[in-house]
Each structure stands twice: as C-alpha cells, then as structure tokens.
Design a protein around this ligand. Structure first.
Ligand SMILES: Nc1ncnc2c1ncn2[C@@H]1O[C@H](COP(=O)(O)OP(=O)(O)OP(=O)(O)O)[C@@H](O)[C@H]1O
Ligand SMILES: [Mg+2]
Length: 304
C-alpha cells in the first residue's frame, strides 16, 4: 500500500502536493471538502485543480463522494504522501524500502538514509472512523474527529515519549516526526516473542526489562502496552518500542497501568519459561519499580 505511494512519489509534481495539502487544510473543517472550495485551499486555478484531482484520484491518494455536494478527502495513502514529501524535503529520508512489520494500528517500513531507519505510519482511528462513518452517513460533519487527527496525535505522543526517554531508557532513537509518521532508528534483533532463551538467560533478560520499565517510570512514563511483541532482543540486550499509548508517571491511572505492564511481562515469562519463572509477587515488584528499588527478579520469586 505505502510502497505504492513510495513508487508514486517520484512522479508526483509540486502542484499535486498543493492539492493534497489543500485538501488537508479543508479537512480540518469537514470530512468531505467541497470541490468548489479547493482552488482557494490549494491555491491553484480551477482548471489546475481539475487536472490534479484526476491525477491524485487515479493514484488512490484522494477519494471522491457526492453527498449534497461533490466532496473530496485524502486517503491514508494521500496523507502518507504528504508526510513522505516533508521527510524528503527535510532530507531525513531518501526512499522507502521493505515492510518491517504491520501492527494492529500501524505500518512500519525500512527507509533509506545515511543509515537504515524505520518509518512508522500510525493508523489509529481509521477502522473506528470507517465504522462510525457508515452509521453516521451524511449528518453533522462539523462534529467529526478525523482519523488523521487521531493518528497524528498518536505519532506525536509516541515521538514525545521516545525523545524524553532516549538514551536513558533502551528505546529506539527518535529521528523525525511529521503528521502521523515517525522516523526512528531501525532496531536489530527479533521480537522477544520469537526468541528462545537459554535457561540461564531467562532471569537476566526478565530483570533487564524491569530495569528499563523502572528507568522509564523515573523519567516520567509508563509504557501501558507491554508485551513480548513490543520488545526487541539481540546479543547486546533488549529495546522496548511502540510507545504511543504511554502515560505520564503522574497520571491518575499510571500505577494501575504499570501494574498491568508488570503482570503482562511476568505472565509471558511464566508461560514460556515456567521452570525459571514461577510465582511472582506482582504488587511488591511494581512497588519496587516505582520506588527505584528494583535490583533483580530473584527477590520477587516466591520460591521455597
Ligand atoms: N524501530 C524499529 N525497527 C525495526 N522494526 C520495527 C521498529 N519499530 C517497529 N518495528 C516492527 O514493526 C512492528 C509494528 O510496530 P509497533 O509495535 O511499533 O506498532 P503496532 O504493533 O502497530 O502497535 P500495537 O502493538 O498497538 O499493535 C513491530 O512488531 C516490529 O516488528
Ligand atoms: Mg506493537
């Protein structure tokens, strides 16, 4: 999907981007931007708008719909194109490469630059948006919360967490952010879920994860979506990624979310390595993380 955009990028012209960013402007006010308003938003003549609409629609960057009026909106691909254009202008990236992962609410690609990096397009709100849209049909579109607002907020939150935590906490190095996209260091290694640890490594790796969660907490964040799918592991250690839903450590739900993170992480190790990780006192472990007293998982294993 985005790879199409990446290949399309080369033959998009400046005026195509005027149209796309004009639509983006218009979508702040309504879901479907009236055709007649486009020359003003895009700062193009009417004929030019017509020509650009055709080019962009054929490339799947925009969609058209006739309601009480003829309206247009950006597709995710169109929004992707705008973000890619900005990164290219800032010389953050040279091009988009192979997919690195497709998550529930994101698409991650390798990007080329002076070194390999990862580009994450947030998709939060999109599925929900389509559902809501189906029901709501043509009513009160001034009340809409657009999917790209939700996706952009998620990207901003994730980027902010990475900027705060890096390099104190082992997270991907943040490089750039625009709209619903972030560029970060490309991680080496595999997801913890796909790794098989030797017995002797299990407790040290488990401890390492809680040390990072403790550091994150002390630096102001609870991850709030911890799982074996959001941890990379290699011979040098572990890296925790996927931070859009992180909450500030002084948030009213922070303690509860931290406890859930601890529980989920412990649960994974207990299921996969029952001989190494048995009963764990979750409350005591959570408290130790908060109090900067965590020094290893052993102290919280209920062993006789
Ligand atoms: N910096 C990175 N370097 C290499 N691969 C990455 C990087 N960030 C993400 N990935 C890959 O992309 C996948 C999806 O990324 P991520 O977990 O951040 O989003 P997500 O899975 O959509 O979020 P959620 O966990 O809410 O579904 C990861 O599982 C991982 O394989
Ligand atoms: Mg994930």
């Amino acid at each position: 999907m985005v790879q199409n955009v990446a290949t399309e990028m080369a033959d998009l012209e400046s005026e195509d981007f005027y149209l796309l960013s004009g639509l983006e402007q218009g979508m702040r006010f309504s879901e479907w931007v009236a055709r007649e308003k486009l020359p003003e938003f895009a700062r193009l003549t009417d004929e030019e708008v017509e020509y650009r609409l055709d080019r962009c629609e054929r490339r799947g960057l925009i969609e058209r719909k006739t309601i009480q009026y003829v309206g247009y909106r950006l597709t995710f691909e169109g929004y992707d194109a705008l973000a890619l254009r900005t990164f290219a202008e800032r010389e953050t990236i040279d091009g988009v490469g192979a997919p690195l992962g497709v998550g529930k609410e994101s698409d991650v690609y390798e990007v080329s630059s002076y070194k390999p990096m990862a580009l994450k397009f947030h998709r939060e709100g999109y599925t929900e948006f389509r559902e809501v849209n189906k029901e709501r049909k043509y009513t009160a579109d001034h009340k809409h919360v657009s999917w790209f607002y939700t996706a952009r907020k998620a990207a901003e939150r994730e980027y902010e967490a990475l900027e705060t935590l890096y390099p104190t906490v082992s997270v991907p190095r943040p490089i750039d952010q625009n709209r619903h996209a972030i560029i970060m260091e490309r991680l080496d290694g595999v997801e913890l879920s796909r790794s098989k640890l030797e017995s002797a490594q299990v407790r040290p790796v488990c401890s390492l994860i809680f040390e990072e969660l403790a550091l994150a907490y002390q630096n102001g964040f609870v991850h709030a979506d911890m799982s074996e799918y959001n941890i990379f592991i290699n011979s040098e250690g572990i890296t925790i990624f996927d931070w859009p839903q992180a909450v500030p450590a002084d948030h009213e739900n922070a303690d509860e979310l931290l406890k859930r993170d601890v529980k989920n992480t412990v649960g994974y190790f207990q299921r996969k390595y029952p001989h190494e990780i048995g009963e764990v006192t979750i409350d005591a472990l959570t408290d130790a993380i908060k109090a900067e007293e965590f020094t290893g998982i052993e102290a919280f294993l209920d062993e006789e």
